[in-house]
Design a protein around this ligand. Structure first.
Ligand SMILES: Cc1ncc(COP(=O)(O)O)c(C=O)c1O
Length: 460
């Protein structure tokens, strides 16, 4: 029965998207796999979008979709929001340039706005992506503690570089003991050195985590985690409090990677929900208003490892140097603190300050409606997540705590459902989570639920 549904869903998908197929074939002649980020690829081919407006995407075949991917959560005001368009135009027109190459007022203005919502971020530095932000946070932790290893949790993603491309999505067969996971390389080309230097911890398992940290405390500079794994599996409060206590006790820095959860779980991110103050925080996605940005912030004395001091510039080869470049943590970037992007980000946060409650309420309504429809069609599932992000997990389990438990969910049924929903005009990349925006309202929720009802009828 499921196979028949799968075939029907796929043939309908192929029928509706011939130009996407053709364009994908052409794109493969230009880019490996036809994509420029592997996450954007899916079988038989990804849908090629052509236009965006508010809550909607339009593909090159003219199909219209309600967008719940929202560029992996980045677009919290939807597509082309007037507040952001105006902010970008004003910045360029008022300032006469979009890049000063010097300090400018928006850097400080945005920094103060961030600190208002994230008091733990006493000082901040800008980067150009979430990946760069976690990379810098980890370097700061090494610099501050003088230790050479880090610890991350199984199933957590922090960007695409060697130090953290380990045990992001390991198959359970390779992942080692539940209480002491193996560090599994997730990409060709990752230097095995990092397998040794990145210790993998079991999420939501405080006793096992504490035991590993105690054993290796002299080597571990920091524990980095997504406080809400993949943006939707929340840490248990008790676990989070325990982790804060143990890291403090062992002299290990605690880094909250809030690239997904920042401003999405609530204005103050996961740290406000848990009432925990990490040593370092990384932000990205929402704070760029759709443009590339990242921020590292945290305790003043940790951030100060990056403060320039006299004559420590790595590029300064004059004889008058009084200190060495290696005395200061190197952090630089041509585009760091880009004025146009910060204007877009500030405009986004200003709107969210007024409208976040609407997004949270709409998300709750959608989650409730979807759960009711699954119950009506007799399929066990959960809508897991906090704030404006959730995922639809088809499972009999009462609670999902980590990567290994998630692996037991019914992904094949979920994938079929996703194709049926794509055919009904509901967009998220198959198997991805849902993120909501200010532009989702009653109409979008009702239309989505009607599409779900239809899709679930076909599935069952
Ligand atoms: C938690 C987390 N950290 C880091 C990153 C990397 O951010 P970027 O894609 O902006 O480099 C992501 C991206 O999805 C993320 O979700």
């Amino acid at each position: 029965m499921l196979n028949q549904t799968k075939n029907n869903a796929l043939s309908e998908f192929l029928r509706k998207t011939p130009q996407s197929k053709e364009f994908s074939t052409e794109a493969k002649q230009v880019m490996p796999g036809g994509v420029t980020a592997n996450i954007k690829a899916f079988d038989p081919y990804p849908i090629i979008m052509d236009q965006g407006a508010g809550a909607y995407l339009y593909d090159i075949d003219g199909n219209k979709y309600i967008d719940y991917l929202l560029s992996y959560g980045a677009l919290m005001l939807g597509h082309g929001p007037p507040a952001v368009v105006n902010a970008i135009q004003s910045q360029v027109e008022d300032d006469g340039t979009f890049l000063f190459g010097t300090p400018h007022r928006l850097e400080t203005e945005m920094g103060k706005k961030i600190r208002q919502h994230y008091p733990s971020m006493e000082r901040i530095r800008y980067t150009n992506s979430g990946t760069e932000a976690t990379l810098l946070a980890i370097r700061m932790a090494h610099a501050y503690t003088g230790k050479h290893k880090i610890a991350k949790f199984e199933g957590h993603y922090h960007g695409g570089y060697d130090q953290v491309l380990l045990s992001v999505n390991p198959s359970v067969d390779n992942a080692g003991p539940v209480d002491e996971p193996t560090s599994v390389i997730e990409s060709k080309g990752v230097d095995p050195y990092h397998q040794e230097h990145t210790i993998v911890l079991p999420f939501n398992n405080l006793d096992a985590t504490a035991e590993i940290l105690r054993k290796k405390k002299d080597d571990i500079a920091a524990v980095i985690l997504e406080p809400i794994q993949s943006g939707f599996i929340p840490a248990d409060h008790f676990f989070m409090e325990g982790l804060r206590t143990i890291t403090e006790e062992l002299g290990i820095l605690l880094i909250f990677d809030e690239v997904k959860t920042g401003f999405r779980i609530g204005l103050g991110g996961a740290q406000a929900v848990y009432g925990i103050s990490p040593d370092l925080t990384t932000l990205g996605k929402v704070i760029g208003g759709g443009f590339p940005v990242g921020i590292v912030g945290g305790k003043q004395d940790v951030l100060m490892t990056s403060a320039p001091n006299s004559n420590s510039d790595v590029f300064d080869s004059s004889q008058s140097k009084t200190s060495q470049a290696k005395d200061v943590l190197f952090h630089s970037g041509t585009y760091n603190g880009h004025p146009t992007i910060l204007a877009a980000g500030l405009a986004t946060i200003n709107v969210l300050e007024q409208e976040i409650d609407h997004v949270l309420t709409t998300t709750r309504q959608l989650k409730k409606g979807i759960s009711e429809l699954f119950a009506k069609h007799g399929i066990s599932m959960q809508t897991i997540g906090l704030g404006s992000i959730f995922n639809v997990v088809i499972t009999d389990k009462e609670k999902i705590w980590n990567h290994r438990e998630l692996q037991q969910a019914n992904f094949s049924m979920r994938k079929q459902l996703d194709f049926l929903l794509l055919n009904e005009g509901i967009y998220t990349k198959p198997l991805n989570r849902y993120s909501l925006a200010t532009v989702h309202g009653d109409k979008e929720v009702q239309d989505t639920l009607a599409a779900y009802d239809k899709a679930l009828s076909k599935l069952t």
